[in-house]
Design a binder for this molecule. Structure first.
Ligand code: 8YV
Length: 313
């Protein structure tokens, strides 16, 4: 029997590519010099799309694949996949929740500490030889502060668990109060920011949260406040963030995600008070292996007629 044909939007690590190639005929869209011509040839037989969180699958692509049955996303965020179009076409969608939760929460704490304690600046200070001339300026404590979690889902809860160990108070905002939350609930981002010293975004991307963190939120966070984003660039009005940093409306930011990845707005890089990462929160060997396996397990379940492990649609 011939192998099911899969369209891959972007590369996965080699440890996923090999087992995928054993089970499926893989078509590598990212390698095509002329994507249009490539799709013209392969589209009629494609039964699955394997994509990544940041690459997604837009309506135009879904519409070009008449035999498409499933879109498997390597990532928990499916905001770049047109879910409505997939649903309308009867195309299933899967993602990779849970397996990345702990690493993303770790990055939220790492960025929080790096920003408050000026870890990259300290590293640069030692390397440059500046330490021999004078001690580095003092940083800011995390202990005793209030962390506001914008989004209290799996990742928000994992950040809350970690934060407990740092002696901070937790407050949160989500669509509704959560029965298992220990901290105070705030119904909107501005109220949450007003109550927070560190505002950590763990909310999903997509239309509902576009520009959720805007000038009003930064005003409410205040001049000693720090903004941390491990969610999606789209949830932030980046112009407002740059303006807030420039005018000292907030003290700093730790950012793993941006509007225009990987070609991010260079204005973000001029601030000493900003710590950046290359969308790396789930970027550990352990987690990426688990994400790849979950993608493959979902595809295998689909083609064997078994229930999907982590369906979104
Ligand atoms: C990944 C992500 O960086 O899970 C998500 O939503 O954005 C990340 O875990 C990405 O999908 C891997 O390319």
């Amino acid at each position: 029997m011939s192998k099911p044909e899969i369209l891959m939007i972007g590369a996965y690590p080699e440890w996923d590519m090999r087992p995928l190639a054993d089970d499926y005929e893989i078509h590598r869209l990212w390698e095509a010099a002329d994507r249009n011509a490539f799709l013209e040839t392969v589209a009629p037989n494609i039964r699955a799309v394997a994509t990544r969180g940041e690459l997604g699958a837009q309506a135009a692509l879904i519409d070009r694949l008449p035999r498409l049955e499933i879109i498997a996303c390597y990532g928990v965020g499916v905001d770049a996949i047109d879910l409505a179009r997939a649903k309308a076409r009867g195309v299933r969608v899967t993602n990779t929740p849970d397996v990345l939760t702990e690493d993303v929460a770790d990055m939220a704490m790492a960025l929080t500490l790096a920003t408050l304690r000026k870890v990259p600046q300290g590293d640069a200070y030692v390397r440059s030889g500046a330490w021999a001339k004078a001690n580095m300026p003092l940083a800011t404590s995390l202990g005793g502060k209030t962390i506001g979690l914008l989004g209290f889902g799996r990742i928000g809860r994992a950040v809350a668990r970690r934060a407990k160990g740092f002696g901070v108070r937790i407050v949160y905002c989500d669509v509704a109060p959560a029965a298992d939350a220990e901290g105070a609930y705030y119904p909107d981002a501005v109220a949450l920011a007003r109550a927070s010293d560190v505002l950590i975004a763990t909310v999903s991307g997509g239309e509902a949260t576009r520009n959720l963190v805007n000038a009003k939120v930064f005003e409410a966070l205040g001049p000693s406040g720090v903004f941390i984003n491990v969610a999606r660039g789209s949830i932030v009005d980046e112009d407002a963030l740059i303006e807030a940093l420039r005018r000292g409306v907030i003290a700093g930011a730790g950012l793993d995600v941006f509007w225009n990845e990987p070609n991010i707005d260079p204005r973000l890089l001029v601030f000493e008070s900003v710590v950046v990462q290359p969308h790396q929160s789930s970027g550990t060997v352990e987690t990426r292996k688990a994400m790849g396996k979950l993608v493959r397990d979902n595809l295998a379940a689909h083609f064997a007629g078994r229930p999907l492990l982590t369906p979104v649609v």
